[in-house]
Design a binder for this molecule. Structure first.
Ligand code: GTR
Length: 324
């Protein structure tokens, strides 16, 4: 459905119509299920006064486009990756840095605390209220040609990235060509040879059927940037304080629900893809990738506020290591 078919941001009683929410993934994907769960909670708690209607499968457009619509109030909720926000807000670059998080635990602890809160807060000047983060796992490279074991294997490859300069720089640092495009275009581009590969987590590699065209999945695990659920500031401001609290609490409650679905989905996708015959390989020397990508940290972490958060994330990592 196109946006023209919806009376988005229409006048009338904005307090009572359901919150309209967008997601690029299909209905059964963990992010969509989590927002649906959040809607169930709100409906139960308010006797149906607050509810969420989800437009899944990218039917309202790409993440970049729907994000813009959300920021001017044409959509109430939007579940996106942090990448399309990188151009809007520099604080969102932090969790997107290559090789920043050393484990899922490190990522979750960082985002569940003051670091995550500061990043969510940074969205308000852009007319977006950050409600919560969802997991997006580890992103690795896949391509149509051969297993990737060293950065040299990627030389000259055309790799699709999300619409983010940080991702473009990461790919260039590896000696490959970066082609930014929206998720919906990736499958055709792989099939037609417009690109040689892309990078994503196991569930998206499966859901988008990218594995059919690009059967080499090489576990570089270079980025662990999360998903984020945002609300338009204009809709937020129309809610009473009590309703704002209900919305935030329901969003927070959907996080553990999402994480358990996510962990299952990653395992399931891996099993199904290996059974379908994709060729996955571990990368023995990840430090070669890490070293090549390191300069992008300095390129994108340019303010003292960003630096302070990066240091907090690193400290959380060190604390986790000492405890283990
Ligand atoms: C997925 C993520 C989407 C989108 C997609 C992409 O992992 O869930 O929100 O960012 O990657 O690569 O475009």
């Amino acid at each position: 459905m196109g946006l023209a078919g919806l009376s988005l941001g229409a006048c009338g009683n904005a307090g009572s119509r359901p919150l309209l929410s967008s997601d690029t993934h299909p209905s059964d994907y963990p992010t969509v299920q989590a927002v649906r769960y959040m809607g169930d909670l709100l409906r139960e708690e308010t006797g149906g006064r607050l509810d969420i209607r989800i437009y899944a499968g990218g039917q309202l457009g790409s993440e970049r486009d729907t994000l813009e619509i959300t920021s001017f109030g044409g959509l109430d909720l939007n579940r996106v990756n942090l990448a399309p926000m990188n151009a809007i807000e520099p604080m969102t670059l932090i969790p997107s840095l290559p090789f920043l998080f050393s484990s899922t635990e490190h990522m979750r602890q960082s985002l569940d605390g003051p670091v995550g809160d500061a990043i969510l807060q940074s969205l308000v000047p852009h007319n977006l209220v950050g409600l919560c983060f969802y997991d997006s796992g580890e992103r690795s490279f896949y391509n149509t040609r051969q297993p990737i074991r060293t950065p040299e294997d990627m030389e000259g490859m055309k790799i699709r990235v999300q619409n983010s300069d940080l991702y473009v720089s990461m790919i260039r640092a590896l000696g490959a060509d970066a082609t930014p495009m929206s998720l919906g275009e990736v499958y055709q581009s792989l099939v037609q040879g417009v690109i040689d590969g892309a990078e994503n987590n196991w569930p998206s590699y499966e859901t988008g059927r990218h594995f059919e065209a690009a059967p080499y999945y090489s576990l570089t695990r270079h980025v662990m940037a999360p998903e984020v659920l945002v609300m338009s500031l204009s809709r937020w401001n129309k809610l009473s304080e009590a309703d704002q609290e209900l919305v935030v609490n329901a969003a927070k409650e959907s996080v553990p629900f999402m994480r358990s679905l996510w962990d299952e989905r990653v395992e399931g996708a891996k099993t199904r893809l290996l059974a379908a015959g994709i060729e996955a390989n571990e990368v023995d020397d990840l430090s070669a990738f890490q070293q090549r990508m390191e300069p992008v940290w300095d390129q994108f972490i340019t303010s003292s506020q960003q630096q302070a958060l990066v240091e907090q994330v690193q400290q959380i990592g060190r604390d986790l290591e000492t405890r283990s």
